[in-house]
Design a protein around this ligand. Sequence first.
Ligand SMILES: Nc1ncnc2c1ncn2[C@@H]1O[C@H](COP(=O)(O)OP(=O)(O)O)[C@@H](O)[C@H]1O
Ligand SMILES: [Mg+2]
Length: 351
Amino acid sequence: MNKKLKVSLLFGGKSVEHEVSILSAKNVFEAINKDKYDVSLIGIDKSGYWRFFTDAKILEQKSIKSIAKNHNGFLNPDCGKVLVNSDVVFPVLHGTYGEDGSVQGFLKLINKPFVGAGVLGSALGMDKEVQKRLLIQAEITTAKFLTYQSSELSTINYHAITTNLDLPFFIKPANSGSSVGASKVKNEPEFMPAIYEAFKYDNKILIEEFIDGREIECSVLGNSEPIASIPGEVVSNHEFYSYEAKYLDENGAVLKIPAKLNKITAKKIQELAIKTFKVLECSSMGRVDFFLKRDGQIFINEINTIPGFTSISMYPKLWEATGISYSELIDRLIELAIEKFEKDSKIKTSY
Ligand SMILES: Nc1ncnc2c1ncn2[C@@H]1O[C@H](COP(=O)(O)OP(=O)(O)O)[C@@H](O)[C@H]1O
Ligand SMILES: [Mg+2]
């Protein structure tokens, strides 16, 4: 009998999406085939400290409690051993310090295959400004935007913005997720509070043209020859698809799978999802989010390199509807991690 592959799941993390990550990890843990994989649970608390958990009950917790005080390093010794012994690591982390290339860089340094995009793809997927600049260069349509650093705060002027962008517009942190820090601004009194709110979560913000369209999402899977799922649609019952609509309000949003689209539009969405995935140097998985205007114009909103895996999440649901079950999806993601690792391992590091 073949030996089981040792898979470490990483979850929690130093991110506003800590709680969401635990919900995602719970679902991945439930769906992963335990006859094939020996699964270890590594929870990262909000201070960024890594710990090994032997009991899956940790996945029932809302957050991972800090055991605080004087840690040596950033992980406990048990956790270090588990990581070194694992065959593959699956970071089920969303947002900063998890989806942005930092964990990916660490896993690369310790020479472990891992699920998801590498350092560059993760960083590009996270930074909405750099991401959009690359999309524009590849002639992929995305909403018009302006960027500000926190050091430029005193130069931000409502009247100057409104000569460039029509009302309403969006203000959001360049690096965030789950809609944290994002606001729709409809008038001048809402403007500065939205700026301050976005700057709480990043030192760089985007002020972006409002796109009045349907929100369509498409899952991508693969390395050099990625495939796209059937597209789905999110219909939010809030002002926009906010954190509340996503996770707090049970009736905050409805997922329509498949999205009601004509064949040509569905195909265009799938092609654009794959193109975006490639332009942004992604690998193994990504969920590409779109706006579809009534006149048929398609905009890319963003890519998520570690999309949600919660029970209401689009990424696995779209694959299920396309014919790949949750546990088969995890098998493929693990295979893709190993494939990429082996390919990268062939690169010469001596001359
Ligand atoms: N330019 C925009 N036009 C219309 N709606 C937007 C725009 N930007 C963001 N939104 C709304 O805000 C939500 C969150 O913004 P998004 O850029 O996707 O950030 P996050 O990475 O936090 O998901 C989107 O799903 C959408 O509902
Ligand atoms: Mg989004």
